[in-house]
Design a protein around this ligand. Structure first.
Ligand SMILES: Nc1ncnc2c1ncn2[C@@H]1O[C@H](COP(=O)(O)OP(=O)(O)OP(=O)(O)O)[C@@H](O)[C@H]1O
Ligand SMILES: [Mg+2]
Length: 578
């Protein structure tokens, strides 16, 4: 309920006018519907007195007119109110997606994609059902109840009380079952998330599953999950299967009471035949609301469970946000790390790092796997913030900038390339509006991708399968490089972005990049000495600390990790050339 007020009401408020019109139609429709038994009563009472039979035609005509009136407003009630629920669904879906784009790495580390997908599909639908049909029927049936009962009371209050006597029992049944149905539904929704996650992971990891011949194992696991899902669904079905007949039995009892008690009162002459028929007609009208009520309660409970799950996502605050008054990006793009510590769960990936990347320089970072290189460079575009210390650009803490502005000047090529299922050209132009074909071509050329593209029959219009599944590892990497180049960044960060190309291609690309990067700042991460030897400065990381720094020649003469690496790679090259 609280979620309804804080989350759903603000959305509904945007459609005040529509809601007012829908409600207007609802009231008119309900009033018309409730007046029909009154006409029947009048007709019967008139006919049973000695009025001429032709009066019947008039009553029939009147009833037809009322029915048409009712149908007209019922139509508009549905169109308007269900339409608004679609509008709200649209708004929430947009807000959810906006939130997904706002949230940072920390959030995604803690949530599975499938679960988030479930929230934006299944849960959203449950919320729509609540805000549309459920709320509409609830209002409609409540009003019908009030109107019908009001008229019934005024005609014969004693008979009405008899008719109402099973009502407390109905309420108890609805509450009892409602709570249990709600709990089971929530469990089902969670299981659905699990299933979605499983499917999503298997689809994106389909190659790994195949390569490890894990189809059977995955199938088995999925079958288990699916079975639990079905099991929970059957439990829910059993419960609602019990609920409905029980409700109907209670309603049948009400009919019985009206028939017996009303019959006696008719024979005693306490009510007219018209009133007796009217009561039965009202009971007929009230059956649907009574059944719908259970269904509506059910929908409301599902909806609020789902609303809670959606609300939880909407309430997440990204930890990386723009400050209230962001600093302008400085002209000087010197990057400095000052006493930076970064880690997760007590483990330090970076344990106090100080380093400077002067404007326009090419700086390389090497070090064994897991030494913290990727962690280090991700701090520069503020993909996450350090636990301790500061990262500065132009002498200013990066937390003082608007992250979007900061990221605009940085071309970041992550260690794991991500391509979208779009054309090569679209992938390269990602993040740059109105990129011309020439610009895309030039960027591809700079990244050494042009030769490959020439071999593709569709050239730049080649569709890249989901995540670039149709490209080779090296082609993917170079697409990512071209993407970063096209942004025309002042700072270019390559996180092992040449690892999948051979040394000859690498040399060619580096040669072109050197030209492109004149006057810009470059950070190169690599495991290869050949990639980094030309850098202005090389930092060697080990266990999250800078252990060596200097130019290639200086580090060679120092005889540390770098010299060792150099030695090994020289040896490898010699062996290869034999
Ligand atoms: N999001 C994360 N949560 C927890 N630990 C992490 C996270 N990212 C990195 N680490 C840990 O931090 C350490 C440094 O990781 P990092 O990716 O910086 O290494 P790297 O030097 O880039 O290695 P490689 O050469 O293999 O790419 C690793 O031990 C890794 O397990
Ligand atoms: Mg790395």
């Amino acid at each position: 309920m609280q979620h309804f007020l804080t989350t759903a009401v603000p959305y509904l408020r945007r459609y005040k006018r529509g809601l007012a019109m829908g409600l207007g139609a609802l009231v008119l429709k309900d009033v018309a519907g409730a007046s029909i038994p009154l006409v029947i009563k009048a007709a019967i009472d008139t006919v049973t007195s000695d009025a001429p039979l032709t009066v019947l035609y008039w009553f029939c005509g009147l009833m037809l007119a009322i029915a048409a009136f009712k149908a007209f407003f019922q139509y508009w009630m549905r169109v308007i109110l269900v339409g608004i629920s679609r509008d709200v669904e649209f708004d929430i879906r947009n807000d959810l997606f906006r939130q997904f784009t706002r949230l940072d790495a920390g959030f995604y580390a803690g949530h599975r994609t499938g679960d988030l997908m479930a929230r934006s599909t299944n849960d959203l639908n449950a919320v729509r059902m609540m805000l549309g049909p459920a709320l509409m029927y609830l209002t409609e049936t409540s009003l019908t109840f009030v109107l019908a009962l009001g008229i019934m009371f005024s005609v014969d209050w004693q008979l009405t009380l008899w008719a109402l006597s099973p009502a407390p029992l109905v309420t108890l049944v609805v509450i009892f079952f409602g709570q249990r149905i709600h709990a089971r539904f929530q469990k089902i929704q969670e299981l659905f998330s699990d299933i979605s996650s499983r499917v999503q992971e298997n689809l994106s990891g389909v190659r790994v599953v195949r390569a490890y011949a894990q189809e059977e194992a995955e199938l088995e696991q999925f079958a288990k999950l699916n079975e639990r899902f079905i099991h929970q669904n059957l439990r829910l079905a059993r419960l609602s299967g019990l609920f409905m007949p029980l409700l109907q039995a209670l309603i049948g009892m009400t009919f019985l009471l009206v028939l017996i008690v009303g019959g006696f009162r008719l024979l005693d002459g306490q009510i007219t035949l018209g009133s007796f028929v009217m009561f039965n007609t009202y009971m007929g009208i009230l059956v649907w609301p009574m059944i719908a009520f259970g269904w509506v309660v059910n929908l409301m409970q599902r909806g609020s469970a789902s609303l809670k799950r959606i609300r939880a996502v909407l309430d997440e605050e990204p930890s990386i946000r723009a400050p209230r008054q962001p600093e302008a990006m400085p002209r000087d793009a010197t990057i400095g790390l000052h006493g930076v510590r970064m880690g997760w769960n007590g483990f330090n990936a970076l344990a106090g790092v100080d380093l400077t990347i002067p404007e326009g320089a090419t700086v390389a970072v090497v070090g064994r796997t897991g030494s913290g290189k990727s962690t280090l460079v991700q701090l520069i575009p503020r993909l996450f913030d350090p636990v301790e210390g500061e990262v500065r650009v132009g002498g200013i803490d990066v937390r003082s900038f608007d992250p979007a502005e900061l990221r605009k000047v940085i071309g970041f090529i992550p260690q794991e390339t991500f391509l979208f299922s779009a054309t090569l050209a679209e992938n390269i132009a990602f993040g740059v509006q109105n990129a011309t074909e020439e610009q895309v071509r030039a960027a591809a050329e700079m990244a050494g991708l042009d030769c490959d593209i020439e071999d593709f029959p569709l050239g730049y219009r080649t569709m890249v399968g989901e995540r670039g599944i149709t490209l080779s590892g090296g082609q993917k990497q170079r697409t990512a490089i071209a993407r970063a180049i096209l942004r025309d960044p002042r700072v270019l960060i390559l996180d092992d972005a040449l690892s999948a190309v051979d040394t000859i291609t690498e040399e060619r690309i580096l040669g072109r990049l050197r030209e492109f990067m004149r006057g810009r700042t470059t950070v190169l991460i690599s495991h290869r000495v050949s990639t980094v030897r030309g850098a202005d400065r090389i930092y060697v990381l080990d266990h999250g600390r800078v252990v060596e720094q200097g130019r290639h020649e200086e580090l060679i003469t120092r005889g540390g990790y770098y010299a060792d690496l150099h030695q090994k790679q020289l040896l490898e090259e010699e062996l290869e050339s034999i």
